[in-house]
Write a protein that binds this ligand. Structure first.
Ligand SMILES: [Zn+2]
Length: 454
């Protein structure tokens, strides 16, 4: 549907162009490797909450080389005029599952059944589609934390990095590591005769199991480690979590814990985990501890909409989010947006795409009364911190990868400006311009960036 709309828009613009005296569409500067000068009417720094007017961003290849108001544009550089728009770093969803789409029909929203009925291969193709939809909405970094079948997430990361298709920077966890049972309630026959928990979960009960499980995930391409701290009453102890952290560090990864109880939350905090996911039972006192230890919160704050959630559920999520914000927890924008039903339509009857469904979680941030500039920091800078990529992505400054988006309006004042992303540049290549996806030159017949990137 999205593609059809874009084609219609593109055709309409092409048809109107001669009458309006507009220039014919120019070749898009998709290929990384050339020099591009981006003229930004307003350039936002979400870290400081400040904006500068009339800035130029020079991009060479995949990276930003200079930013300023009086830069001379090198001869031959392609100029992209965003002087009527606000430019800002790409967005981050710090908790989602690209290769999972559970449905009301036929699975009654039980993802155990989705896992049984959708193969990893089918889910990998869903993930590729979802990643394009999210990039179109401005999400340039995705923490993809498990429930992706047999490593569909790490395969997607490799495919994007190798150059098969454009996409966000994927920070995949590989399989979620859990004590017996994962998040499933299998029958004894399915558990014992068919090992049904694997590969949706990688079970690890002893310290030897934990070391082996972390190493397997890293070997198969994980960039973070996701664990079930308390999915079952026999979850992980503080010592167990510390072992996860030290073993993951050997592969340059940090640990994200699914937390659903107060006690589990305390164990994760005491162990010094990097990210707490969910955490809906955390107390204000625990939020204060998280702030002190700089533990990121990815609380997956489901909004109440015609297609999902309840008013009470959203109110509870908003209360928790507000408490965490008041205590100074580094908040991230996170969603668990991994489901579908036939009510996910807009007023005109068109489907909402995965990007639109994801950005709609802003509803909960607004219900919590979080100021726009703090929400903007959560969905950018704190997301980069949680993804552990802030050394090379995030702020729009020389040396960083050129991951930029542009919107009409000013998201520092009105966060809903993020709902209408007009321009997306990822690794220096233009993916979306004037609201239209420009995929020409971004699909390749082989691993053009190197087959060794795995
Ligand atoms: Zn999740």
């Amino acid at each position: 549907m999205l593609k059809r709309i874009l084609v219609v828009i593109a055709v309409a613009i092409a048809a109107l162009a001669p009458d309006l005296g507009l220039a014919q569409p120019q070749p898009q500067p998709n290929r990384a490797g050339r020099v591009v000068a981006v003229r930004a009417g307003r350039l936002v720094d979400p870290d400081t909450g400040l904006a500068a007017l009339n800035q130029t961003i020079l991009v060479e290849g995949e990276r930003i080389t200079a930013v300023g108001s009086n830069l001379s544009v090198p001869p031959g550089a392609q100029v992209i005029d965003l002087s009527k728009l606000t430019v800002l770093p790409g967005l981050v969803d710090a908790h989602t599952h690209l290769a999972l789409t559970y449905k009301e029909i036929p699975e009654n929203n039980v993802y155990y059944f989705t896992y049984v009925s959708d193969s990893t291969a089918l889910r990998a193709i869903q993930a590729a589609s979802n990643s394009l939809q999210l990039l179109s909405s401005g999400f340039t970094v995705i923490r993809d934390v498990g429930n992706n079948g047999m490593y569909a997430d790490t395969a997607l990361r490799a495919a994007i990095e190798q150059g098969w298709l454009p996409g966000p920077t994927i920070i995949p966890s590989g399989l979620i590591i859990s004590t017996t049972g994962g998040q499933f309630q299998p029958t004894p026959e399915m558990y014992k005769n068919h090992s049904i928990v694997y590969p949706e979960y990688l079970e690890a009960n002893t310290h030897d199991d934990i070391v082996k499980a972390v190493r397997e995930n890293l070997l198969f391409g994980a960039r973070t480690i996701k664990i079930c701290v308390d999915c079952k009453p026999w979850g992980y102890s503080v010592d167990d979590i510390k072992l996860f952290i030290s073993e993951a560090a050997k592969g340059g990864a940090k640990v994200d814990g699914h937390v659903q109880t107060m006690e589990g939350g305390q164990r994760a905090i005491d162990a010094g985990i990097h990210v707490i996911s969910h955490g809906q039972r955390l107390t204000p006192e625990q939020h204060a501890q998280m702030a002190k230890k700089h533990i990121y919160l990815a609380s997956t704050d489901t909004p109440f909409t015609p297609y999902r959630g309840s008013a009470e559920g959203q109110a509870q999520a908003a209360r928790q989010l507000k408490s965490a914000w008041e205590k100074g927890v580094p908040l991230t924008f996170s969603t668990d947006m991994d489901y579908w039903n036939d009510r996910m339509k807009k007023a005109d009857g068109d489907w909402m795409d995965r990007g639109e469904l994801t950005i709609n979680f802003l509803l909960t941030w607004k219900a919590a009364g979080i100021p726009a500039k703090d929400t903007l920091k959560a969905i950018t800078i704190n997301g980069y911190g949680a993804a552990d990529v802030q050394g090379e992505r995030g702020s729009i400054k020389a040396g960083n990868y050129a991951d930029l988006i542009a919107v009409a309006g000013n998201p520092l004042e009105d966060i809903d400006a993020l709902r209408n992303v007009q321009f997306v540049m990822k690794n220096g290549a233009v993916f979306k311009r004037d609201g239209v996806i420009t995929i020409d030159g971004l699909l390749n017949p082989g691993p053009v960036n190197g087959w060794r990137r795995r």
